[in-house]
Design a protein around this ligand. Structure first.
Ligand code: MG
Length: 403
């Protein structure tokens, strides 16, 4: 039996993870759940799994949850604050941590899980983008396996049979992008795009921040950086293709010209189940962990019904965020951190109606021009640098010179 902590339990990764765990209760036990403030979303999880610890970053949400469950579930502890979320990630009974908290907010608990030597199912890309190889080096030092859950990276992992994409074996990696809801929208109307339009993703159902990132393709930009770090390949070896149906998630081209592609339903249960199977096999010392699979009952992909697989190059004018992300990757870790921080501030402002859709990329570009871009050398420095870039982006939004 493998103990599990689910961080980001109230979000879409949380829901998909719960579906996988429900189907495999004989092998995985949910010991801890964490969320920011949505305590109501934890109630059905408590009823179904009775985890020993529920962590809520927001203290008033923790108090409300405690009031709601104490009589009925006296054995379930409810704790508040960031320390409680980190405690959920490092609980002794936990072997596998699902890092599903969205944004930079997921960084402390992801680090805590890695530090504690847990197997980390990484759905949060911002922690890796912001702290770069430091996180992976720490994982190696602590014996923590980092397993990608992001569908594209999980697909690369499956095609390459692991993280080993050395140049003597792998020539190039291609990540696919659906192109989001504005793939064919008239460019002259982009300034009028509303948050709800940006969150209406054609193939994946996700949280609002990542949905906006998927519309701008900043999400793909962060994924290129994530792939560069996970698979240790430079920017020029990682390509992006527009592929509207999100059927092929990634392709790996080998040095002999063979290309392996990963196809599957656009359902996050698929990469999550794969990562759980890997984590369990690695922890059990299986001789061939890459063969491990967990059965899922998600609707099967029908290629006959789909008929065609359509691919096209990325239009740089439509998706300027992707070029910005490639430029940041070429500039180095400090620039990647700044790109992520400024993007989070700009996307939050757009979702709150404080700036236009077309202001997001200029705010990020401005922050990249003005931020300190030297690579951070410690986690404390990552936090300090993140705060400084957020202040720059907020300043830019406040002066309203972003048009
Ligand atoms: Mg993805």
């Amino acid at each position: 039996m493998h103990g599990v902590a689910l961080l980001g339990a109230s979000g879409s990764i949380g829901a998909s993870t719960v579906a996988v765990l429900r189907a495999h209760r004989d092998r995985f036990r949910l010991h801890a759940v964490a969320a920011r403030a949505n305590w109501q979303a934890l109630l059905p999880l408590i009823a179904e799994f009775e985890p020993e610890l529920c962590a809520l970053a927001d203290p008033s949400a923790a108090a409300a949850l405690r009031d709601a469950i104490t009589t009925r579930y006296p054995r379930v502890r409810v704790e508040a604050g960031e320390a409680a979320v980190n405690a959920a990630a490092t609980l002794a009974a936990v072997d596998v941590v699902v890092a599903g908290i969205s944004g930079f907010a997921g960084l402390p608990s992801t680090w805590a899980a890695v530090d504690a030597g847990k197997s980390v199912l990484l759905a949060n890309k911002e922690a890796l983008v912001a702290s770069g190889t430091m996180l992976l080096e720490r994982a190696r030092a602590r014996g923590a396996h980092v397993l990608p859950v992001d569908s594209e990276h999980n697909a690369v992992y499956q095609c390459a049979s692991g993280l080993l994409c050395a140049p003597e074996r792998v020539r190039a990696i291609t990540l696919t992008a659906s192109g989001g809801p504005f793939r064919s929208r008239d460019l002259s109307t982009f300034a009028a795009i509303t948050p709800d339009e940006a969150c209406r993703h054609p193939t994946w159902s996700m949280g609002r921040k990542i949905s906006v990132d998927s519309a701008t393709l900043m999400n793909k930009g962060l994924e290129v950086i994530e792939a560069s770090l996970l698979f240790a390949r430079p920017a020029e070896d990682i390509a992006v293709l527009i592929h509207p149906s999100s059927t092929v998630h990634a392709l790996v081209e080998f040095v002999d010209g063979s290309i392996l592609a990963h196809l599957g339903p656009a359902d996050m249960q698929v990469p999550i189940a794969h990562a759980f199977a890997q984590a369990a096999a690695l922890r059990d010392g299986s001789p061939q962990p890459e063969l491990a699979r967990l059965a899922l009952a998600v609707p099967r992909l029908s290629l006959a019904r789909l008929g065609v697989l359509e691919f096209s190059a990325v239009d740089a004018a439509r998706y300027p965020a992707l070029g910005l992300a490639y430029a940041a990757l070429r500039q180095g870790q400090g620039a990647c951190l700044a790109l992520n921080a400024a993007n989070e501030v700009a996307v939050a402002a757009f979702l709150d109606g404080r700036c236009r859709y077309t202001d997001i990329v200029p705010v990020v570009a401005d922050a990249l021009e003005r931020a300190e871009l030297a690579a951070p050398t410690s986690v404390d420095e990552v936090f300090a640098r993140d705060r400084a870039v957020r202040a720059l982006a907020a300043e830019r939004l406040a002066v309203r010179q972003v048009h």
